[in-house]
Design a protein around this ligand. Structure first.
Ligand code: MLT
Ligand code: ZN
Length: 455
């Protein structure tokens, strides 16, 4: 069969074996993890270098194709797979072959990683050098550095180390016209002009394709202690956070679960709760050079906690962590949920949770969990038609009304682009659109993600 001109150009750009056109081989790249988002690609291309990515983007521009950048395809907002509504042919640009990790600079604690390096591989490389990647979340073995930077992912340790943005000390990206932008000097102080890496972080693949990141590592703190504390309400959970934060400089994670979510996970993995059942639960983890167990116990004591499961060995901690980390999987096994990732200021978090519970009726089953320390809540709703978007709008409006954001760490993606105005002013959106049209005038890169197509 004679390949289409687009496929022939992609083969020239990345090499024939790295352009996938057969439907069954393309299939896993065309549907997202939640099973809510899918579309058809003319091809999946897997370039090896920034130079090849540049050639791919030039080929796509020349043949009028849209480009969907894809890392580990763990995104939850529909931005990593082809659009069902896009009229142009779409090419999935996979980072799967860009997996080189560079040497660590011992003076700066920075390490170069290509876009397709998984978070797990990055963490392992850092660990083996006595250092720490400082970002962590459950999809660590699939999510990749390029996507993590492009979405400014957060995860469970942002309460101490910030989101991915804080880790990006430099970046290489290919722009829509194929030009390669590289700022990899790693200089902490470098204010010679616009901070282009900062612009690309959180741009969700709409301004350029990130091909490498200079990752800022931190010293390793190996001694860990974890407590799972049952609490009477979300407002008690926030009060606990306030209390332990003051006393625990070693605080490394502070997570929230509610009893609905814990019940689902316990059933899914076939185990029983290690603590008494309560309305909500807080996981408090400390990390330090010396064993933080005593400090943790003292802080819980000072906070008036009388009842908690505590673990300071790896197996015990993993047992407790899985109750939180397996929420996504347990919810997915129960159905296709609405997944809303919002951020709400901590002093209004409890009111927001109450408002969500009160607003969701008609069999809708809200499961709230997330990163308490950051006010970042994952509102998952089961028992409601996955295609019915009124529920998404309701939750996002409530987040905005409580002074929050419609997207804390998953990105806006395709899922929430139509509600961007709930979090950003008209003026801000106009600036974003101006940047987008200057850098990608034909809207080749990730169309429909973050900014809705103009009608
Ligand atoms: C999590 O914190 O577990 C993730 O963000 C995944 C999710 O929200 O499902
Ligand atoms: Zn999360």
């Amino acid at each position: 069969v004679t390949p289409s001109p687009l496929v022939a150009a992609l083969r020239d750009a990345a090499g024939e074996p790295h352009v996938l056109v057969d439907a069954d081989v393309r299939a896993p790249y065309e549907i997202d993890w939640t099973r809510r988002w899918s579309g058809s690609a003319a091809a999946v291309v897997r370039p090896r270098t920034a130079g090849e990515v540049s050639a791919v983007l030039r080929a796509c521009a020349e043949h009028g194709a849209a480009v969907i950048p894809q890392g580990g395809n763990t995104g939850l907002v529909g931005a990593s797979v082809p659009r069902s509504q896009e009229p142009r042919p779409q090419v999935v640009l996979s980072a799967a072959r860009m997996t080189t990790i560079g040497e660590i600079d011992r003076a700066t604690l920075q390490m170069r990683a290509e876009a397709g390096v998984t978070l797990g591989a990055l963490q392992a490389a850092a660990r083996s050098a006595g250092l720490d990647a400082a970002v962590d979340f459950a999809a660590r073995d699939s999510a990749t550095v390029g996507g993590i930077a492009a979405c400014d992912a957060g995860g469970i340790r942002a309460v101490r180390h910030g989101t991915a943005r804080m880790r990006v000390a430099g970046l290489e990206a290919v722009m829509a016209d194929g030009s390669v932008v590289c700022r990899m000097s790693g200089l902490l102080k470098d204010n010679a002009g616009y901070d282009l890496p900062a612009l690309l972080v959180g741009s969700e693949g709409t301004l350029g394709v990130i091909t490498s990141v200079l990752w800022q590592l931190v010293p390793r703190r190996d001694a860990r202690a974890l407590a799972l504390v049952p609490v009477g309400s979300v407002s008690d959970a926030v009060a606990l956070l306030v209390a332990v934060r003051q006393h625990l400089p070693s605080l490394d994670a502070c997570e929230l679960m509610t009893d609905e979510g814990l019940a689902l996970v316990l059933e899914h993995i076939g185990t029983t709760s290690p603590v008494r059942r309560a309305a909500a639960y807080v996981l408090v983890e400390c990390a330090a050079r010396a064993d933080p167990l005593e400090a943790l116990a003292a802080a819980l004591d000072a906070a008036g906690v009388t009842d908690a499961a505590i673990a300071d060995d790896t197996a015990g901690r993993e047992r407790l962590w899985q109750l939180r980390e397996r929420h996504t999987e347990a919810i997915g096994a129960a159905g296709i949920p609405h997944k809303l990732d919002v951020g709400v200021p901590l002093d209004r978090l409890a009111a927001f949770c109450d408002a969500v519970q009160a607003a969701l009726t008609d069999g809708a089953r809200p499961i709230l969990f997330g990163h308490l320390g950051d006010g970042n809540l994952h509102v998952n709703v089961l028992g409601h038609d996955a295609a019915e978007e009124s529920i998404d709008e309701l939750v996002l409006r409530l987040a905005a009304q409580h002074g929050g954001t419609i997207s804390a760490e998953h990105g806006v993606g395709v899922a929430k682009a139509r509600w961007l105005h709930l979090s950003r002013t008209r003026e801000e959106i106009a600036v974003m659109r101006a940047i987008k049209s200057a850098l990608d005038p034909e809207c080749v890169l990730n169309p429909g993600a973050l900014l809705q197509p103009r009608t």
